[in-house]
Design a protein. Sequence first.
Length: 371
Amino acid sequence: MAAFIEQSNWTMALERASTAQTIFLLGATDTGKTTFLAWLANALHDRGRGVAIVDADVGQSSVGPPTTIGFGLVTHPLRAARELAPRGLYFVGSMSPRSHLLPLIVGTKRMVDRGHALGVDHVLVDTTGLIGGDVGRALKQHKISLVSPDLILCLQRAGECESILRAYRHCHRPQVVRLEASSACRRRGVEERRLYRENRLRRYFASARPLTLQVDELNIVDAPIWGGVPLKASEQAHLVGRGLSGVLWAEQNGDELLLITQERLSSQRVAEIEQAEGMRVRTWMASELPGTLLGLLDKGGETLGLGLLQGIDFAHPTMAMLAPRCEGEIAGIKWSRTRVGPAGELNAELSYALHRIQSSRGGQRPPKEVL
């Protein structure tokens, strides 16, 4: 077994875990969850058990690249969970759990099910450190409800997880074991975490190759475009007649008009279009699209890997991207609001997919989510 500084109560947790099929790790950031996870996986593997790890920490991913939930099989003693090659991925599309609670919960369940489908004895679930407030409580309690673990192993310093655990005080299942977070855990700063994410993405895309996909041949999931009815040439000419030039793509989705333009439209110009067309208008610039992180899906909707959008030819239409070689045919893409720069740097998540420019904002862009 790889060398770990074993804590006094870990052996007790191992005995409880040895009779549980699904084991859920709970704890705040920097409480040692991932280190304990690797130790527990090794200990169970040394007993001859089949072990799968589901890594649902989308920001500090160990199994698979950031923005994904990954699962892998333990086939040898681990020094760290990041040694595992992912056997399956679920693309969440964000490195922050906030405002992505539903895909986080669904994706965790999907990966747990895939682990159990392989017939392993134990599935260990690592989670994000978001535990505080209404959002943290809702995320963890609903994830626990759907995953339905046999055992929760909670690492905490001073009862910070109790607002979550109170829901299971009088339950027969899941059982709860509280573990003291190791005093040796080093707290990592925001910059160190950002560098870790960027390094993981650079390594993932190191073998990427150019790829062009026909939009009409793809299933499109969560994209801000291609969900409505494209405007005909005559209808686009009508917009040009109103003095609106540089429109690369236009579509109507219900009572909304979606425009992709070469230049940013002022809030006043958007308000004029809304008044003239009698519908809401959403707009963003084509230059904001390159660098968007995409999930590449097979015909069953399972994530094959990630792609990095390079550009869109709206006339045909096709999507150019960079992507490592996938095992399987790409049949769909899943959009995200995460953008990656040319050197692998992460830009804050954009809300171009859903925002409506309003005159009250004076043409300013909506606030960006902090990663």
